[in-house]
Design a protein around this ligand. Structure first.
Ligand SMILES: *Cc1c(COP(=O)(O)O)cnc(C)c1O
Length: 240
């Protein structure tokens, strides 16, 4: 566990270098530490080393850790598949949801977001590689999904999230992600879209194995688990 601060510093250094390498501003991308399957003590250790944003995939596990970490001002991100019977607890206990892929879920999150909290930040998950086993809206369905999210004041659509199929080559990784970055730029330039979604500024792309490529493609939020906390048991990655 003493290794967590060291690993965290190494990942932050990779992000810094990747931004520099792409000629992007030093604050162009930030780190979401993915703490699924990790004990609350690991989050505490990373938090003490300066990491404030954490991503969780499994609701029950996340709620238990949130209880144990109430004394910390953590920014909580939900990044796992969202079932409709879980939306209320997610709307009540998270700051961000990265994995919205249908209007019904967004509407429920909007309706169930407590009035005393700020609007819930959401990203639309896109199934870039059209994988049958993965969640996410298909790229050609993105416009229609976005159009169905107008006038939902309790959520704030911030951008897109993707989990591409693994590729070994950094340039291939970048090419897989680039269309989503281009799509976000195109929407940002559209006045009608901007009126409804003025805070469309987030590309949640890049994990331990492809963060350099994701930052080259324009990622603003990289989600890193393994390279901070170590390998997870294989079963933990079954559902994404
Ligand atoms: C587990 C997970 C990650 C982190 O992946 P690593 O390869 O461990 O860095 C990122 N995003 C999502 C959606 C995940 O489920």
């Amino acid at each position: 566990m003493l290794k967590i601060p060291t690993h965290l510093a190494q990942v932050n250094e990779r992000i810094r270098r990747a931004l520099e390498h792409s000629g992007r501003p030093a604050d162009g991308a930030r780190l979401l530490a993915v703490s699924k399957t990790r004990p609350a003590a690991d989050i505490r250790s990373a938090f003490a080393a300066g990491q404030c944003s954490f991503g969780e995939n499994y609701l029950q596990e996340a709620l238990e850790k949130q209880q144990q970490l109430k004394d910390l001002d953590v920014e909580w991100h939900f990044i796992g598949p969202v079932q409709s019977n879980k939306t209320r607890a997610i709307a009540e206990n998270f700051d961000w949801v990265h994995s919205v892929d249908r209007a019904k879920i967004a509407v429920r999150l909007n309706d169930q977001r407590p009035a005393e909290l700020p609007p819930l930040n959401i990203c639309l998950q896109v199934n870039l590689d059209r994988e049958a086993t993965k969640s996410g809206v298909l790229p050609e369905e993105l416009d229609a999904l976005l159009a169905s999210l107008n006038d939902l004041p309790r959520i704030r659509v911030r951008g897109f999230m993707a989990i591409p199929a693994p590729r070994d080559d950094v340039e291939q990784q970048r090419l897989a992600l680039q269309p989503l970055a281009d799509k976000l730029q195109q929407l940002q330039a559209d006045d009608r879209i901007r009126q409804q979604h003025p805070q469309l500024d987030t590309l949640s792309m890049g994990m331990s194995g492809d963060l350099e490529a994701a930052i080259a493609a324009g990622s603003t939020l990289v989600r890193v688990g393994t390279d901070i906390f170590g390998q997870r048991p294989p079963a933990a990655d079954a559902a994404s």
